[in-house]
Design a protein around this ligand. Structure first.
Ligand SMILES: [Zn+2]
Length: 521
């Protein structure tokens, strides 16, 4: 009965006051469990932020900064967890196993707020939720009484940015790191090289950036359109402070025109082309040397090597590559028990060609071994399966062409990240509802098979987005939908509820300059 009366009062309040809706307790991505209680915590100038242990000092000042900007309250950090009232306590509790590496609890009551987690990342995500619930008022800020327990569904929640097609400055990348962290996403894939430009300083091959970074997909000419190694260290550190892993993507063997244009000997018959001349040992050496420097810059456990969309013409007409293909065909590769493969012939991408896949598989496996030798894992677009992977390799498949790629990777017992075209490609005009309702787990998988799916990723390809404003417009709100799929339990997802929650979430994005006008469903 009590809740019924409460419901009536709430309905009346909403009916009388158009602003009440803005004060509803809403979070994106929707938490595993959220209980809204009566009452609230009132924050004022005396509220203390208590870091609990020294290790959490940085997190406490990160929270203090946010409260200052959003409410004007300049709160003091300090005190111990013995404080009985008017506190915001950050509590790292390594024994809370239910929460895993990224989960958190957020309990707000009249006397104070406690954000607890087993790991620092969990505290960070608790703070992201905090940001969505705090409301500025006349005396400072108010926070609804809630009891939240929350942890992610998937461990890989990614966003791809494409500074190869149109360069993005260091500050722009940092802004996107902040934006995806707000969505509780933890991975940013940087597409650093493509036909249009090479954007990463490689000391062993200085021409790559000296000459290979001077243009973009709009045909404009510019300078400084690349990241120095110092820039990368700065970005890596910034991303770490937001619990985001920066995954470098160096495209090979196709999408390499920027490299072959400045070093033509890497192309077939010494000519610039999108495909590298993979049959030549000097090309293999180049690829490995580049990756060695990349691995020295990026601590990421994952190194992405592209591997998509090789066209048949260039390799077939190259004397060296075609000879290698003939040798491989005559060796009857189907009998090689050390390799396993799946041919994905449906969906987007290039048609399957056995000869081309054979050569690419041989080249990719060499790259894979080089990356594994440094204790990293190769990630590639799902074409890495066509030509075969070493059975012992722990390479990760990024499925984009069709659901067959997800199923194919799983049939090989491989980890897979779901980023299917067109659902999770953000550079198209697909509807928000379609992106939201797409389920990355194909029907009929066993729970063991489902565990092979590491997560989801939204790809913001940059061919047609020369400005940040255009990237923002394509990224949001669809990325929030992908973030909710990546974080929230399927049982908690609901599209009408999501669109209701988008408005207050959008207000938070607006503080980063994202324009939410014209968001359509
Ligand atoms: Zn060749």
């Amino acid at each position: 009965m009590k809740s019924f009366i409460f419901l009536i009062i709430s309905v009346l309040l909403i009916a009388c006051n158009p602003h009440v809706q803005e004060n509803q307790v809403t979070v994106i991505p929707v938490p595993v469990s959220i209980e809204v209680r009566k009452g609230s915590f009132e924050m004022d100038q005396q509220t203390k932020i208590i870091p609990g242990i020294q290790e959490m000092n940085e997190m406490a000042s990160y929270l203090t900064d946010f409260i200052k900007t959003s409410s004007g309250l300049a709160l003091e950090v300090g005190g111990t967890d013995k404080v009985k009232s008017n506190f915001i306590l950050i509590k790292l509790d390594t024994t809370d196993e239910e929460l895993g590496d990224e989960g958190y609890r957020l309990k707000a009551e009249k006397k104070g707020i406690t954000i607890s987690a087993a790991k620092p990342a969990g505290i960070f995500y608790g703070i992201q939720t905090f940001k969505q619930l705090i409301r500025k008022d006349n005396n400072g800020a108010t926070f609804p009484a809630v009891d939240i327990t929350d942890y992610p569904r998937f461990r890989w929640r990614g966003y791809l940015l494409d500074p190869a097609r149109h360069f993005r400055t260091k500050d722009e990348i940092k802004r996107y790191i902040d934006l995806i962290a707000l969505c509780k996403m933890n991975t940013m894939q940087l597409h650093l090289t493509d036909d249009q430009g090479w954007r990463l300083e490689i000391r062993k091959y200085p021409e790559l950036t000296l000459k290979g970074s001077l243009s973009d997909n709009s045909g404009r000419k510019g300078s400084g359109w690349y990241y120095t190694q110092e820039d990368i260290r700065e970005l890596v550190q910034y991303a770490e402070s937001r619990f985001v892993t920066l995954v470098p993507e160096i495209e090979m063997p196709r999408h390499s025109l920027a490299a072959t244009s400045v070093y033509p000997h890497l192309g077939c018959e010494g000519q610039p082309a999108s495909e590298l001349c993979v049959s030549k040992e000097t090309t293999g050496q180049f690829s490995r040397n580049v990756l060695t420097e990349v691995m020295s810059l990026f601590p990421s456990p994952y190194i992405h090597v592209g591997a998509d969309e090789v066209r048949p013409e260039r390799w077939r007409s190259c004397p060296s590559c075609s000879l290698k293909i003939r040798q491989m065909l005559s060796a009857n590769p189907e009998n090689n028990l050390l390799i396993h493969n799946v041919k994905v012939t449906s969906g987007a991408g290039m048609p399957y060609h056995k000869d081309i896949s054979l050569l690419q598989g041989w080249y990719n496996r060499g790259i894979d071994r080089h990356i594994s030798a440094s204790n990293r894992r190769m990630v590639g677009w799902d074409e890495i399966m066509d030509g075969g992977l070493d059975r012992t390799s722990n390479a990760i498949v990024m499925a984009w062409r069709s659901e067959d790629a997800i199923r194919g990777a799983i049939s090989l017992g491989r980890n897979v990240i779901v980023t299917l075209y067109p659902d999770y490609h953000l550079d198209n005009d697909l509807s928000l509802e379609r992106t939201y309702t797409f389920d990355p787990v194909p029907a009929g998988l066993s729970s063991e098979e489902e565990k092979l799916i590491l997560g989801v990723q939204g790809n913001m390809w940059g061919e047609s987005t020369p400005t940040v404003k255009e990237i923002d417009q394509r990224t949001f709100p669809r990325l929030a939908a992908i973030a909710e799929t990546g974080w929230s339990q399927p049982s908690g997802k609901d599209f009408p509820s999501f669109t209701d929650r988008l408005k207050p979430f959008g207000a938070l994005l607006e503080t980063f300059g994202v324009l939410t006008e014209g968001w359509k469903e």
